[in-house]
Design a protein. Structure first.
Length: 721
C-alpha cells in the first residue's frame, strides 16, 4: 500500500508547532457556537417564506396577461379562484339527477360566509343533456388564497357528495377549476419534503461514517444553513423578489444536499489530518486550509451560475437566481464555521468507534475507484468514445419531450380537479373551462367586442362587470385553449384587437400560459449560452487551464442532454403528460452548476497530484482518493432532489427526478470515467496555457517531490474532493 502524503510528511519532519489558525479555532469554538445559537433564535421566526404562485409569477412584467392580472389586483385586494362543480350522467340527466344538482347547488350556497370566503354559486348550466355545472368563487388575498382554496374545495366536495349519492349510481360529480387545482397540488405544506430529505441525509451519513455520533454534526450545520437561507429568502420576498412554491421546494433540497456534500468533503479531510496531527485544532486548521479553496471555488461557480438567472424575463426564474445563491452561501458559511466548532468541541471522540489517531493511518484511496481508473487508463480513447456514444444515445430521449401547459397537467394521477376538467371538456366547448379575459378602455368597448366575435376560433364573447376603469369581456374559444390551436387563437385575437381597439389587453389562464411559453423561449436563447460562458470563465480562472475547462464544461453539457433525455423517458413511464415550458431551464441551470461542482473537486485534486508526477499517475491518484467521498456526496444530492418526487405537484417532481438522474449520471459516469479518459487522452495539453503542472512543481521547489511540500494551501483541493 502506498504511504499517504500526510504520513510520509510526519515521518520525515518533526511535529509542527500549533499555528495561529489552530489556536484561533481552539479558542473560538465556543463563541462560534454561541453566535450561531443566538442567530438561529433570532432568525427562526423569520424563516417562513410566503410563496407567490400568482399568474404574474411566471411572466415578464411587460406581458399583456401580467398587466390584466395587475389591473384586477389593483381593483380589489382579493384574488378570485373558480370552484367549478360538474355533474355528468352518460345515459342522460333524469329528473332525479336534476333534483340532485339543484340540491347540491343549495348545499354549496349554505357554505357561503366569511369562514370559507366562498361566493354564492351561479345557476346550473346545461350542456348536451348529459351534463350540468355551476361555479362559485373563492375570494382571498394573495397570501391567503392557497389555504382558502384548500378549505373551500374540501367543504364543497363534502357538500355535494350527499345529494349525488341519493340520486343513484348514474350521476357523477367532480369539483374542478383553479381553486381545486390549487387544493390538489399539495404544495401548501412541504413538511413531508423536509422530513424525507432529513431521513435520507441521516441514513447516508450513518452509512458513510459508521458512527452513532458523527452524523449529527453535519446535520446540525445543515439545519442551521436552512434556517439562515429561509430567513434571508424571507427578506428577499419583502424586497420584491418573486419566490414561487417550486423555488421554496428547490431551496430546501438544495440546502440539504449541498450542505451535506460540503460536510462530507471537510470531515473527510479532517479525519485524514487527525491521523497525522497531535491535536484536533491542528488537524482542523490544515483541513480548512486544504478544503477552503475547493469549497469556495465550488460555491462561487454555483452562485455565479444561479445569478445568471437574473437575466431571465420570467419573474419566477429571475427570483430563483438570488434564492439559490443565498442557499449556497448559507451552506458554505454554516459548514465552514458551525461544523468545525462542533467537531472541535467533541474532539476525536466524535468519530467513535473508528477514532483516528496519529500512528494509525487509514486506507489511502479507494480500491474500487483505483480499479476503475486503471481500466480507464488502459484504453482511454475507447472508453471516452463509448461513454460519448452512450450519453449521445440517452439524448435521443429528448425526442419524446412534450410541452404541456394545461394546469391539470400539474397534478399527479386522477385527482378530482383532473377528472372534473375532463368531464367539462367532454360535454362543453373546449374553451369553457378556461375563458379569456379582455380588458378594454370604455370608448373602444364596442369595437373590441365586434373584433373579438369575428376572430377565428372564438365560440362566444360575453360582456361582464367593469374592472379598474376598463370594460371587461369574457371570451370562450372553440379549440383547446392550452394547445397550439388555442395559442394561435390568442395570437389572432390580440392581432385583431390591436387594430380595432389598440388599448385592449387579453389575459386569463390560457393567455398566461401562452405568454409564459413565449418568455421561456426567449429566456432559453439567452440563459443557456450565458450560463455556459460564465461557468467556463470561472472554471478557467480556478483551474488556470483553458483546455481542461473546456473538457469539463463540454462533458457537463453532454451530461445535461443525456440526463434530460433519460428523465423524459422516466416521466413518460410515470404517466406525466408533459412538461411546463420553463422547466428545461430550471433543470439545465442546476445540472450544469452542480455537474461542474463535482468536477472542480476532481480536477483540483488531479492538479495537486500532477505537481509531482505525470498526468496519468495524477489522474489515477486523484480519482482513487476522491472517488468514495464525492460519490457519497453525489448520492446524497441525488437522493435529496429525488425526495421532490413525493410532492403531488408534477413540475416539482419532474425537476427533482431530472436533477437526481443527472447528478447520478455525472457522479458515476461522467466524472469517474469520461473526464479521466479525456484528461489521459489530452495529457499535459490539458493544462494549456499553463505549464505542465509537474514541471511547474519542479521549477517552484527545485525538484523536491514531496507531495505535501509541493502543493501549497492555496492550490490544494481536499483529499475527499
Amino acid at each position: 500500500m502506498r504511504t499517504s502524503p500526510a504520513t510520509a510528511t510526519v515521518a520525515e519532519q518533526p511535529p509542527p508547532t500549533p499555528d495561529r489558525l489552530a489556536r484561533t479555532l481552539r479558542w473560538a469554538r465556543w463563541p462560534v457556537l454561541l453566535m450561531w445559537l443566538v442567530a438561529l433564535v433570532v432568525l427562526a421566526p423569520l424563516s417562513g417564506v410566503t410563496a407567490d404562485d400568482s399568474a404574474q409569477a411566471n411572466l415578464p412584467a411587460s406581458a399583456a396577461s401580467t398587466k390584466v392580472a395587475e389591473i384586477q389586483n389593483d381593483a380589489s385586494p382579493n384574488r378570485s379562484d373558480d370552484v367549478v362543480v360538474v355533474f355528468v350522467d352518460n345515459s342522460g340527466l333524469s329528473a332525479n339527477d336534476r333534483t340532485a344538482v339543484n340540491a347540491a347547488q343549495h348545499a354549496v350556497s349554505a357554505l357561503v360566509g366569511p369562514s370559507l370566503r366562498l361566493t354564492a354559486p351561479g345557476a346550473p348550466q346545461n350542456a348536451d343533456g348529459k351534463a350540468m355545472q355551476f361555479t362559485a368563487h373563492v375570494l382571498a388575498t394573495q397570501a391567503d388564497l392557497s389555504s382558502a382554496d384548500t378549505a373551500a374545495v374540501k367543504a364543497v366536495r363534502a357538500a355535494v357528495a350527499g345529494p349525488v349519492t341519493q340520486a343513484g349510481d348514474g350521476l357523477q360529480v367532480a369539483v374542478t377549476g383553479a381553486a381545486a387545482i390549487t387544493a390538489d397540488n399539495g404544495l401548501g405544506n412541504q413538511n413531508a419534503l423536509l422530513l424525507t430529505a432529513l431521513v435520507i441525509v441521516v441514513v447516508i451519513l450513518l452509512l458513510v461514517y459508521r458512527s452513532p455520533l458523527l452524523w449529527l454534526f453535519p446535520l446540525l450545520g445543515t439545519l442551521a444553513a436552512l434556517v439562515l437561507a429561509k430567513a434571508v429568502t424571507h427578506g428577499l420576498t419583502n424586497a420584491g423578489v418573486t419566490v414561487t412554491s417550486l423555488s421554496t421546494a428547490i431551496l430546501t433540497v438544495l440546502v440539504m444536499g449541498a450542505s451535506t456534500d460540503y460536510a462530507l468533503l471537510l470531515v473527510h479531510r479532517y479525519r485524514e489530518e487527525l491521523r497525522v496531527q497531535a491535536t484536533p485544532a491542528e488537524a482542523m486548521a490544515i483541513a480548512l486550509r486544504r478544503t477552503l479553496p475547493a469549497l469556495a471555488a465550488s460555491a462561487a461557480t454555483v452562485i455565479c451560475a444561479m445569478l445568471c438567472l437574473l437575466a431571465a424575463r420570467s419573474s419566477a426564474l429571475h427570483g430563483l437566481g438570488p434564492v439559490a445563491a443565498v442557499a449556497i452561501g448559507a451552506v458554505l458559511l454554516a459548514q465552514l464555521t458551525l461544523l468545525p466548532a462542533l467537531l472541535l468541541v467533541v474532539g476525536r471522540v466524535g468519530f467513535w468507534p473508528l477514532i483516528p489517531r496519529p500512528g494509525k493511518p487509514g486506507a489511502d484511496g479507494s480500491r474500487m475507484w483505483n480499479a476503475v481508473g486503471t481500466r480507464v487508463s488502459k484504453r482511454p480513447a475507447l472508453v471516452a468514445a463509448t461513454s460519448v456514444l452512450l450519453l449521445g444515445a440517452a439524448c435521443f430521449g429528448l425526442a419524446a419531450l412534450h410541452t404541456d401547459n394545461n394546469p391539470i397537467a400539474l397534478i399527479k394521477g386522477q385527482a378530482g380537479s383532473v377528472v372534473g376538467e375532463k368531464m367539462v371538456n367532454a360535454h362543453y366547448p373546449p374553451g369553457e373551462i378556461a375563458p379569456l379575459t379582455v380588458l378594454v378602455p370604455p370608448a373602444q368597448a364596442a369595437d373590441a367586442l365586434k373584433a373579438a366575435q369575428s376572430s377565428p376560433n372564438v365560440q362566444s364573447v360575453q360582456a361582464s362587470d367593469p374592472v379598474g376603469g376598463y370594460s371587461t369581456a369574457s371570451v370562450t374559444l372553440n379549440v383547446p385553449p392550452y394547445e397550439s390551436s388555442g395559442y394561435t387563437a390568442i395570437k389572432d385575437l390580440r392581432s385583431r384587437l390591436a387594430t380595432a381597439a389598440p388599448g385592449a389587453l387579453v389575459g386569463g389562464g390560457p393567455a398566461v400560459q401562452y405568454d409564459t411559453s413565449q418568455a421561456a423561449g426567449a429566456d432559453t436563447k439567452v440563459l443557456i449560452p450565458l450560463v455556459l460562458i460564465v461557468v467556463l470563465l470561472i472554471i478557467s480562472i480556478l483551474v488556470r487551464a483553458v483546455v481542461a475547462s473546456i473538457l469539463l464544461v463540454a462533458t457537463t453539457a453532454l451530461s445535461f442532454g443525456a440526463s434530460f433525455g433519460l428523465a423524459t423517458l422516466l416521466w413518460h413511464a410515470l404517466g406525466y403528460p408533459g412538461i411546463e415550458a420553463q422547466l428545461p431551464l430550471y433543470v439545465f441551470v442546476f445540472l450544469v452548476a452542480l455537474g461542474v461542482d463535482y468536477n472542480i473537486f476532481l480536477i483540483g485534486r488531479i492538479r495537486e497530484e500532477a505537481r509531482d508526477t505525470d498526468i496519468r499517475t495524477a489522474t489515477l491518484r486523484g480519482l482513487s482518493v476522491t472517488g468514495g467521498v464525492i460519490t457519497a456526496a453525489g448520492v446524497v444530492l441525488a437522493a435529496t432532489f429525488a425526495a421532490l418526487s413525493r410532492l403531488p405537484y408534477v413540475p416539482v417532481a419532474q425537476v427533482g427526478t431530472a436533477i437526481a438522474v443527472g447528478v447520478l449520471l455525472d457522479t458515476l459516469l461522467v466524472r469517474t470515467v469520461l473526464v479521466p479518459a479525456g484528461l489521459l487522452i489530452l495529457g499535459d495539453r490539458s493544462w494549456w496555457p499553463s505549464r505542465p503542472a509537474h514541471r511547474l512543481g519542479e521549477a517552484d521547489h527545485g525538484g523536491d517531490a514531496s507531495p505535501r511540500k509541493a502543493a501549497g494551501p492555496a492550490s490544494e483541493a481536499p483529499a475527499g474532493g
